[in-house]
Design a protein around this ligand. Structure first.
Ligand SMILES: *Cc1c(COP(=O)(O)O)cnc(C)c1O
Length: 355
C-alpha cells in the first residue's frame, strides 16, 4: 500500500460545460506524483494541485525520449457510480512498456491504488452527459539532468485527468484512411508494442500526409515489407472478410496490444464468432473488395471505442467499404463495449472496477 499524501488546491477550478469538452483540453484540480531514485525505489507518492512542474533543461526525457504513457477512462453509470474498464490490462501493459524502455517497474497494486485514489478524489470531474468520460493519463519521464545516453537513475510517475466529450457527438461517421507506403510507425524489434511518446513523434508526418490527401488517418504498413497492415492511426484494426473477422497478429512486436482490441476478440469469440489473428496484406483488402467480400473495417481504441472505416485510399485509388456505413459487427461491438463501460449492459466478464 502506498502512503499517498494529499495537498488540496486552495482554489478549485470552474468545471467546463459537457458540451465543450472535446478531447484533452481541460484538466482537473489535482494530479498524482511519485518519484523514483536508484537505491530508494518509488517514493513520495502524493496528490497535489495540478500545475506546471520544474525540470532542468538537461532532463533526459527532453533529449532521448525515455518516456512512456497509458490511457484509460473512468465512466459514470446511470446510477451515478464511477467505474474503470480493465485497468489491470493497462497497468500490465505499462510495465511491459517500462521493460522495453529500461524504466523501473511500478508494482501493479500501487499503480491501481494511485489511479483509484486520484479518480475518487476528483470524482466531481467525471462528466454526466451521454458518451462523456474522465480520461486518465498516467505517464513516466526520466528526469536525470544529464546528457549521457543510458537509462536514467531518476524518474517521475504522474497521473493527470481530463474530462472528455463524446467522441461521436456528430454520430458514428466512418473515417477515410490513407494507405501509407513511405513512412512507417514501427519496425520489428523496435518500440511499436510499447506505448511511448517517441512512436507518436514518428507518426505525425504520416498523419499530415494523410490529411493532405483528404483522409483522416493513416493505415500503417509493416516496416520491413511495407506490405502487411499494422494499425490505423493510433488504433488497432479489424476487417470482416467474407464473414470472417481478421486482425493483424501481434507476433512481430510492432503493434500496440490494445485493451479494446483484446476485448473485441474476447467478445466476438464469446458470441461464437471466429476471429483470426494473422498477417493481413493491404493488397488482400483491395482484392477482397473487388470480389465483393470486404464486408467491414474498423479501428479500435479507448478514445473512439470502435471507429468504422468508410474509405481506403491507396495511391489515389479509393474504395468504399459497406456503403460508407457502420456494419453490423462493428455496431454490435460498439453497443456491447460502451454498454459495459457506462454500466448499461451487465458486465459478465468482470471487466469493470467500481471506484
Ligand atoms: C493506445 C494505442 C492503441 C489502443 O489501445 P487501447 O488500449 O485499446 O486504447 C492502439 N494503437 C496505438 C499505437 C496506441 O498507442
Amino acid at each position: 500500500m502506498l502512503d499517498i499524501k494529499i495537498t488540496r488546491a486552495e482554489k478549485l477550478k470552474e468545471k467546463p460545460d459537457d458540451s465543450v469538452l472535446g478531447f484533452g483540453k481541460y484538466f482537473t484540480d489535482h494530479m498524482f506524483v511519485m518519484d523514483y531514485s536508484d537505491g530508494i525505489g518509488w517514493h513520495d507518492a502524493r496528490i497535489v494541485p495540478y500545475g506546471p512542474i520544474s525540470l532542468e533543461p538537461s532532463a533526459m526525457v527532453f533529449h532521448y525520449a525515455q518516456e512512456m504513457f497509458e490511457g484509460l477512462k473512468a465512466y459514470r453509470t446511470a446510477s451515478g457510480e464511477i467505474q474503470l474498464f480493465r485497468p489491470d490490462r493497462n497497468i500490465a501493459r505499462m510495465n511491459n512498456t517500462a521493460k522495453r524502455l529500461c524504466i523501473p517497474q511500478i508494482p501493479a497494486e500501487d499503480a491501481l491504488q494511485a489511479i483509484e485514489t486520484l479518480v475518487k478524489y476528483e470524482q466531481d470531474w467525471v462528466p454526466h452527459s451521454e458518451g462523456t468520460s474522465l480520461y486518465i493519463r498516467p505517464f513516466v519521464i526520466a528526469t536525470d539532468p544529464m546528457l549521457g545516453v543510458h537509462p536514467a537513475h531518476n524518474y517521475v510517475f504522474m497521473i493527470i485527468l481530463s474530462p472528455v466529450g463524446s467522441y461521436y457527438a456528430g454520430g458514428l461517421d466512418p473515417v477515410k484512411i490513407f494507405v501509407e507506403k513511405e513512412y512507417v510507425r514501427a519496425v520489428k524489434g523496435g518500440t511499436g508494442q510499447a506505448k511511448c511518446g517517441g512512436n507518436y513523434a514518428a507518426s505525425l508526418i504520416g498523419q499530415e500526409k494523410a490529411e493532405k490527401y483528404g483522409c483522416e488517418q493513416v493505415l500503417w504498413l509493416d516496416g520491413v515489407h511495407h506490405k502487411y497492415v499494422d494499425e490505423v492511426g493510433s488504433m488497432n484494426v479489424f476487417f470482416v472478410i467474407d464473414g470472417e473477422v481478421v486482425t493483424p497478429e501481434l507476433t512481430d512486436g510492432n503493434i500496440l496490444p490494445g485493451v479494446t482490441r483484446m476485448s473485441c476478440i474476447e467478445l466476438l469469440r464469446s458470441w461464437g464468432m471466429k476471429v483470426t489473428e494473422r498477417k493481413v496484406e493491404a493488397a488482400e483488402l483491395f482484392e477482397a473488395h473487388r470480389a465483393g467480400k470486404l464486408d467491414e473495417a474498423f479501428g479500435t481504441g479507448t478514445a473512439a471505442v470502435i471507429s468504422p472505416i468508410g474509405v481506403l485510399n491507396e495511391d489515389g485509388n479509393a474504395i468504399t467499404i459497406n456503403n460508407n456505413e457502420i456494419g453490423p459487427i462493428s455496431q454490435r461491438l460498439y453497443d456491447e463495449l460502451t454498454g459495459i463501460q457506462w454500466g448499461k449492459v451487465e458486465d459478465t466478464h468482470g471487466w469493470t472496477v467500481k471506484i
